[in-house]
Write a protein that binds this ligand. Structure first.
Ligand code: BT5
Length: 349
């Protein structure tokens, strides 16, 4: 975010949840204080340079403090920024992000039912492409097929991105791969943790689930009208913080790295990774490059797996994934099936 790239204005229905970090005055004051790191900026100078009253400045400072900024204030001398929060706010997400589409704007909820639900709603209301929806907590986080996604307050990245790719509906799996591949690369680049991917939508480490991607879309005669790519990534959930039902199958960056990881830099890196790959996906018109990258990050090819889908169970060897991201499963009789959906258990590598 710079002075030349203001956050686009967009009406977000209030029932979706309480939002954080909005307001042009707070943005302007945050930028002005950041531009003078460690220095005291006089109230008078802020008023003059921003064209605001003392009261407006004071209100903005109060808002920024409530968002977690540490701002020293002395009535006569001025204001000094002493610390920025690791808080998911449109400002902290977008500032200097340098992306083309991803992060064109952001809506950051303290709490919402599901960022995918909110994203679908905002997409219908014509939110710009690349708009990001985050939540500190989801009260009804969703997995596939009506399953739930555990999303505790501050425990991870629970976010969705609105995209309007010129792709047929069969491009949906490529969008899921876009979320998974970008997240894996961001984690590898920032923390060197060798996370892997599991078909169709898992981000895994040491056989445990670190994250998942849920792509939902609206279509018009087989073309995607808009898509919402939702990523859930466990970051700071402690092992005993997971509900008993998933304690043995879930991991977080904290359980792997034994320390807390800041959320904002990780989200920003994921958005940057997504932005580059999304531009390529759209310009090529197919997900071949993403599928190739996904293949590099999966240990599944050649393993023996069981795939179940609505009570239908098959076993076989993973022969690969096709250009649409469908799983190619070779049965013991040698026939190769193309599977578009299902849950995979790895039986033998
Ligand atoms: C997924 O579904 O893995 C997709 C998860 C997508 C979540 C994001 S968060 C932001 C956006 N908004 C949403 O509402 N959703 C997206 P699936 O492959 O169906 O896996 C769901 C299963 O994973 C559950 O049935 C549990 O067994 C397990 N699970 C639930 N919460 C988990 C967690 N936090 N960590 C690991 N495993 C979890």
């Amino acid at each position: 975010m710079t002075a030349t790239a203001p956050i686009p204005k967009f009406h977000v229905p209030a029932f979706l949840g309480e939002r954080r970090g909005e307001g042009e005055t707070a943005d302007a004051v945050a930028i002005a204080l950041k531009a003078a790191p460690g220095a005291i900026v006089s109230g008078e100078r802020l008023c003059r340079s921003l064209g605001l009253t003392r009261t407006a400045i004071w209100k903005a400072v109060r808002q920024l403090r409530a968002e977690g900024y540490t701002i020293g204030a002395s009535r006569r001398v001025g204001y000094r920024l002493a610390g920025e929060p690791d808080a998911l706010l449109p400002r902290t997400i977008r500032e200097g992000l340098g992306t083309r589409a991803l992060g064109s704007g952001a809506t950051c909820f303290r709490k919402t039912r599901s960022t995918n639900d909110a994203g679908l709603r905002l997409a219908e209301l014509r939110a710009p492409e690349g708009w990001v929806v985050t939540a500190d907590e989801q009260t009804g986080g969703k997995g596939r097929l009506g399953r739930s996604w555990y999303s505790p307050q501050g425990g991870g990245l629970w976010f969705s991105v609105i995209l309007r790719p010129n792709l047929p509906v069969s491009g949906a799996q490529a969008l899921t791969f876009l979320g998974a591949v970008s997240t894996a690369h961001a984690i590898r680049a920032l923390y060197g943790v060798p996370v892997a991917l599991k078909w169709p939508n898992d981000i895994v480490h040491g056989g445990k689930k670190l994250g998942g991607v849920l792509t939902e879309l609206a279509a018009e005669s087989d073309q995607i009208k808009h898509a919402v790519v939702g990523v859930g990534l466990n970051v700071n959930v402690a092992r005993h913080g997971f509900p008993a039902a998933i304690r043995d199958t879930a991991a977080s960056l904290r359980t792997i790295m034994r320390r807390n990881i800041p959320l904002v830099p990780l989200l920003r890196r994921i958005l940057v990774e997504m932005d580059r790959r999304y531009a390529e996906l759209v310009s090529r018109g197919n997900g071949a490059a993403l599928v190739a990258e996904w293949r590099e990050l999966t240990p599944m090819i050649g393993s023996i797996v069981r795939v179940s889908h609505f009570g239908h169970v098959r076993e076989g060897t993973v022969a690969g994934v096709d250009p649409d991201g469908a799983l190619l499963l070779r049965s013991p009789s040698g026939v190769v099936d193309r599977l578009l959906a299902g849950d995979v258990t790895i039986l033998r590598r």
